[in-house]
Design a protein around this ligand. Structure first.
Ligand SMILES: [Zn+2]
Ligand SMILES: [Zn+2]
Length: 326
């Protein structure tokens, strides 16, 4: 009899740790959330800027690195400057194949595994990231460096989990995997192609994956370059969590070169958003315009600097240079 109870409890534990909903039917919600920018263009004292993105995501004690910056040692140096120890971070997400998001992966893994062999040992990517990319001539097929990087990463003992759709990697923390493209946002620099059924078709960065956190205040989205389009990502976040309330968007949403009409349409979809920490390819002008369109202010719509952060319940800490000192 006692054994039965033990088995039941084990089963229940397994169910509640992997299911999207708790035993009472309510969706999982994260309690403590902090996202800290580790790579973007704007810097603060003692840190390095670059065209790239990386952020440390901390949710209820779970620590996940989302993207790894462009240059091999930027994130490592910035974490040291900010006195953030990354060696206990065991999971890493690479949002898409572009090297301004993959550049630090190997350096970080090799440096951190000396302190903790499991550091950055579990890599999540979206399906499509390995696809060869071709120039318009269809000849080269060598524009994607990710397969070679992945091989070097596997050689360090890391493992790669490829996602074909949404996955809840911890209670209330989701990765979107490839995002349905209901809105035609074409949010990338065109030019490369992929092969589908022997035909060359434009590369839409199908693998582009964002991180979604369900909270009592609404959904928090962390995105690398937002190539899937932030409207599409918002739709996906809503579908995944069942929550239509957008609380915070953090990261790159690739609007820097978009005309005003696109910013207006984007703000329409993001209506009700409480916080925007616009990093990397969001663009400075676009962040300021979205602030206006979303009726946010200098505390709630901020251009991210290295070290700037968002904390659930507290809002954005902009750092000393990025627009708000309280
Ligand atoms: Zn990109
Ligand atoms: Zn990028």
């Amino acid at each position: 009899m006692k054994q039965w109870i033990a088995w039941l409890m084990l089963l229940l534990a397994a169910f509640t740790s992997t299911a999207a909903h708790a035993a009472d039917g309510a969706p999982h919600q994260a309690q403590a959330v902090k996202v800290t920018t580790l790579s973007t263009m704007l810097t603060d004292y003692g840190t390095l800027g670059e065209w790239g993105f990386a952020a440390l995501v901390e949710v209820d004690g779970r620590r996940i690195l989302f993207d790894t910056g462009a240059n091999p040692d930027t994130v490592l140096k910035n974490a040291e400057a900010l006195k953030i120890d990354l060696s206990s971070v065991e999971e890493v997400v690479i949002s898409h194949f572009h090297d301004d998001h993959t550049g630090g992966l190997l350096t970080l893994r090799k440096a951190l595994m000396q302190k903790n062999p499991a550091a950055l040992s579990h890599l999540y990517v979206g399906e499509g990231i390995f696809a060869p990319r071709y120039g318009k001539d269809g000849q080269s097929g060598t524009e994607n460096d990710f397969p070679a990087l992945a091989k070097a990463y596997l050689d360090t003992g890391g493992r790669i989990q490829q996602l074909s759709g949404p996955a809840e990697i911890a209670s209330g923390i989701w990765l979107t995997g490839p995002v349905p493209r209901g809105h035609d946002e074409t949010n990338w620099n065109p030019g490369l192609t992929v092969k589908t059924g022997g035909q060359l078709v434009p590369d839409t960065l199908r693998e582009d994956t964002s991180l979604v956190i369900a909270t009592a205040s609404g959904v928090v989205i962390v995105t690398g370059c937002g190539h899937a389009g932030i409207m599409n990502i918002a739709d996906a976040a809503q579908t995944i969590t069942g929550d239509a309330r957008l609380h915070a968007v953090i990261g790159g949403i690739h609007l820097f070169a978009k005309p005003d009409a696109v910013l207006i349409a984007t703000a329409g979809r993001l209506k009700g958003l409480a916080y925007l920490l616009g990093a990397h390819c969001t663009g400075i002008e676009a962040t300021v315009r979205l602030r206006e369109l979303l009726a946010l202010d200098r505390r709630t719509a901020v251009i991210a600097a290295v070290g700037s952060s968002f904390t659930l319940g507290k809002g954005i800490a902009a750092g000393q240079i990025a627009g708000w000192t309280g």
